[in-house]
Design a protein around this ligand. Structure first.
Ligand code: HEC
Ligand code: HEC
Length: 549
């Protein structure tokens, strides 16, 4: 769907735009995948609704939980990261993490439907850690990476002696517990391999909604005997709706159909070469291709994606979270995706890189990759870089999540970006390292008509989207190509003289008045390009009555 919302009038009248070939502008973070069918888009939006609507106690919330809906934590954007952390607790014995006696899980639920059932952190817990909410963007695409592709990068014994020895976290699917082990990829410990598994797990563990995948209620501190006092809804609480979908299916649809966040410029920044040179890409691997299985949706199947992760577990030394989970040990963490990094605050599993500017945050996050563990060498190499290279690397990281043509960059492509685009276009050339590089849509080093067309497609503003002289080219494009606009109203100054000549015969007369009256309230005789024929247009016609020009 084109993001530029033209008034219907303009679409009807401006033939070249309406028939222009579709240009693939990268979707915004949080938007649906490009190329979904209508039916799939409906599932996306229904899932978005389920993801955002609080579950009620009668609907199965609790007895213990952290929140009542997914969006409470996954806020930035909806389905993305969040600043809320969840807590895990346990005990440490001889360097090993263990659950307290009688407990069934390490995750703390901070809320309860009744004080009778509230969970507490036992006094003898010696480990208490936090994990920040991570993102479900583009989960259909990540899920569709073949296990074998992930396993291909594993190097458990560090056979190549580069100091980096990622390993796959092999896990069972909750929806197929006796099936083959799958390559885990989701969660800070790569503890989950499918979106549906994570949805089932999160529904029960964050919200207390028992479901087909996790049918048993979570007992406060493992004490099942008090469950009956606080929970009267029969398990599993998640039942199919009128269309046969359960809650966990709905939220899975939503997460699977979320698009890959944008990256602008798409490639060629010097900072990415620095990133590679100091070994960041040993773990943060850029390029992946999703499976070409015919069972996958066309929008997901056989797609090139750039998550910047290997989805493997690494011994991160002091950056480990001290929790043993599944087959992942205390010091092991999964490499997180870096797409959409520019909006991420806080960073790292415990949120230790928080606040400040983007540059201070990523600097902190990188420094914390050392001094021990597999990230140590690249962290040291980063700290040894000169100021210019550091800045280049940070600029590259800042391109992860940036919208095409968002030159200011505020996550909107609006009239202000147009004013920044004008000098780039006039200059005609741009390198990916300059701000104008954000406007080099087809990455050919030139800012020309290809980029101008794409800019118009990406443009989200209302200003300048009319076509005051009705020649088939929107005002913004005319101004870009040199039409004077001294008063900066995004309508060419020389255009005003011929406004309201609806039949284009060079005269404003009774014929035009007839057209205007016949089209009153519609978009048919819209002189000022605001999408509706009204008194303003009549005023323009009367003021200019007579021969044009
Ligand atoms: C209380 C806050 C909270 C709520 C509510 C919550 N989540 Fe999460 N979510 C988290 C945290 C924290 C993580 C990281 C968990 C980990 O790896 O230990 C996470 C991770 C995830 C992941 C894996 C993301 C990744 O990049 O690996 C998915 C998928 C997910 N949540 C889905 C959901 C769904 C679906 C819901 C609603 C049913 C939900 N979450 C509700 C906090 C929350
Ligand atoms: C040995 C593998 C490895 C290498 C090499 C590595 N990283 Fe990481 N990176 C990780 C892991 C694992 C985490 C998550 C750690 C945690 O939070 O516990 C991470 C986290 C991050 C984060 C925070 C992301 C988030 O979502 O919170 C950034 C930013 C980052 N790395 C950038 C870099 C840069 C830049 C380099 C090169 C200087 C680099 N990394 C090198 C494995 C690696």
């Amino acid at each position: 769907m084109p993001r530029m919302m033209l008034p219907t009038a303009t679409l009807l009248l401006v033939v070249p735009l309406a028939t222009a070939r579709a240009i693939d502008i990268q979707p915004k973070a949080g938007a649906p995948l490009a190329g979904l069918t209508t039916a799939q888009l409906e599932l996306f939006w229904a899932g978005h609704e389920a993801y955002s609507t609080p579950i009620t106690v009668a609907g199965g919330l609790g007895p213990i939980m952290n929140k009542s809906n997914c969006i409470s934590c996954h806020t930035n954007p909806i389905g993305g990261w969040g600043s809320i952390a969840v807590n895990h607790y346990g005990i440490e014995k001889k360097g090993e993490f263990m659950l307290l006696p009688g407990e069934t899980q390490s995750l703390l639920q901070t809320l309860a439907v009744s004080p009778l059932c509230a969970e507490v952190v036992p006094e003898d817990a010696t480990v208490f850690i936090q994990r920040i909410t991570n993102s479900s963007l583009a989960f259909g695409l990540i899920e569709a990476i073949p296990d074998a592709s992930i396993a291909a990068n594993a190097d458990a014994t560090d056979a190549n002696a580069d100091g980096i020895s990622g390993r796959v976290h092999w896990v069972n699917l909750l929806e197929d517990p006796t099936g083959p082990l799958r390559a885990g990829r989701f969660g800070w410990k790569a503890q989950v391999a499918s979106t549906l598994s994570f949805s089932g797990d999160a529904a029960r563990n964050e919200m207390g909604l028992t479901n087909a995948l996790v049918p048993g209620e979570n007992a406060p501190n493992g004490n099942a005997s008090i469950l009956t006092e606080c929970d009267s809804v029969a398990d599993p609480e998640d039942a199919p709706d009128s269309e046969g979908f359960r809650f966990i299916d709905r939220v899975t649809h939503f997460q699977r159909y979320l698009a890959q966040p944008p990256q602008t410029p798409k490639s060629g920044m010097t900072g990415e070469a620095v990133f590679n040179a100091i070994g960041c890409n040993a773990c943060h691997i850029r390029d992946w291709t999703t499976s070409n299985s015919p069972s996958l949706e066309d929008a997901i199947r056989n797609k090139a994606i750039k998550p910047y992760s290997d989805f493997l577990l690494h011994n991160m030394g002091g950056l480990g979270d001290g929790v043993q989970q599944g087959d992942a040990d205390e010091s092991e963490m999964r490499t997180p995706v870096l797409w959409n990094l520019r909006t991420r605050d806080p960073m790292l599993h415990h949120g230790a890189a928080a606040g400040g500017t983007f540059a201070t945050r990523v600097t902190k996050a990188i420094e914390l990759h050392g001094p021990f563990g597999e990230g140590a060498a690249s962290a040291a190499a980063f700290m040894a870089l000169g100021g210019t290279q550091k800045a280049q690397l940070i600029a590259f990281l800042g391109s992860l999540g940036k919208l095409e043509f968002d030159l200011d960059p505020d996550n909107q492509v609006d009239a202000f970006d147009f004013t920044l685009f004008q000098p780039c276009f006039a200059n005609g050339a741009a390198s990916p390292d300059t701000n104008c590089g954000v406007a080099d849509f087809n990455q050919d080093g030139l800012i020309n008509m290809v980029d101008a067309d794409a800019f118009m497609q990406a443009y989200e503003g209302a200003e300048g989207t009319g076509d005051c002289d009705r020649d088939g080219q929107i005002d913004l494009m005319e101004i870009l190509l040199g039409a004077p606009d001294a008063d900066s109203d995004f309508i060419p100054d020389d255009c005003v003289g011929c406004q309201a000549d609806f039949n284009g015969d060079g005269h404003r007369d009774g014929v035009d008045l007839g057209i205007l009256l016949a089209g009153w309230g519609t978009a048919a005789a819209d002189a000022n390009g605001d999408g509706v024929t009204d008194g303003v247009d009549l005023g323009i016609l009367l003021a200019g009555w007579g021969t044009c020009g």
